[in-house]
Ligand binder design. Structure first.
Ligand SMILES: [Zn+2]
Length: 242
């Protein structure tokens, strides 16, 4: 069993530290723990807890401290700060630009779906940035030094692309560039490097993506699917499903 974690902090819409510890009490003997997106939480909160319990984790950062926050995380920060009040702003912008989309019940799901999948990447980026400029964004990613420290201690790092885009929408050349593993190799000295698909649903990657990952030298890849389809489609459970 492989478990997926994202934010671990005592904040709304995140897994609390207490709940994380309680989960570890129950599952750490048989579960593989994976942590997506390179959040500071993983160094500041998760790393000490894993050390204390002599556990290993696999971490999948995209960006590092000092780099621009990714769209997918800007959306989270906007939702935390403004709740679904941004829905109207976004709806307004989308309507103005496209004349499309009817909105229904689950507002937040709809926002994520629109911005992550439905709108063209450039369009989504403009809308997110227009709203994001209202925020005074915190630093959310780990530093490369922190990753090195965790790696030296025995934690495993893997690829998760550079910009967390939907790979199946990109050309093979763009996918290759996104999945480049030079930096991970440099920071960690690992020879065995796993990959984790952004979003991870079956429609977010293709057979070609798998070929590219193999060609680049990744050892295996994790989805958020339910079924095992070989070493490049290893399913994971979300922490909320545990
Ligand atoms: Zn991710």
């Amino acid at each position: 069993m492989v478990i997926t974690y994202h934010y671990i902090r005592n904040a709304e819409r995140a897994l609390s530290v207490e709940r994380f510890k309680r989960q570890l009490d129950c599952i750490s003997d048989y579960a593989i723990l994976t942590f997506d997106d390179g959040f500071k939480d993983h160094y500041e909160t998760v790393f000490p807890i894993l050390k204390e319990r002599n556990l290993k984790g696999i971490f999948f950062p995209c960006r590092y401290e000092g780099q621009e926050i990714l769209n997918v995380h800007k959306i989270h920060l906007l939702l935390w700060e403004f709740g679904d009040k941004i829905y109207e702003d976004i709806g307004h912008e989308i309507k103005r630009r496209t004349g499309l989309y009817k909105y229904d019940t689950d507002k937040i799901a709809k926002i994520k779906q629109l911005l992550n999948y439905e709108l063209p990447f450039e369009e989504a980026t403009e809308i997110i940035d227009k709203l994001f400029n209202k925020l005074n964004p915190p630093e959310i990613y780990m530093t490369q030094d922190q990753i090195k420290e965790m790696s030296d201690y025995g934690m495993i790092f893997g690829g998760h692309t550079k910009t967390h885009r939907v790979l199946s929408r990109l050309t093979p050349e763009e996918q290759r560039e996104e999945c480049d593993l030079t930096l991970i190799k440099q920071i960690t000295n690992q020879s065995d490097i796993p990959f984790c698909y952004p979003y991870g649903h079956h429609h977010t990657y293709t057979k070609e993506t798998i070929d590219i990952l193999k060609d680049l030298g990744y050892s295996r890849a994790y989805t958020v699917g339910k079924t095992y389809n070989g070493q490049f489609e290893i399913p994971r459970l979300d922490t909320n499903e545990v």
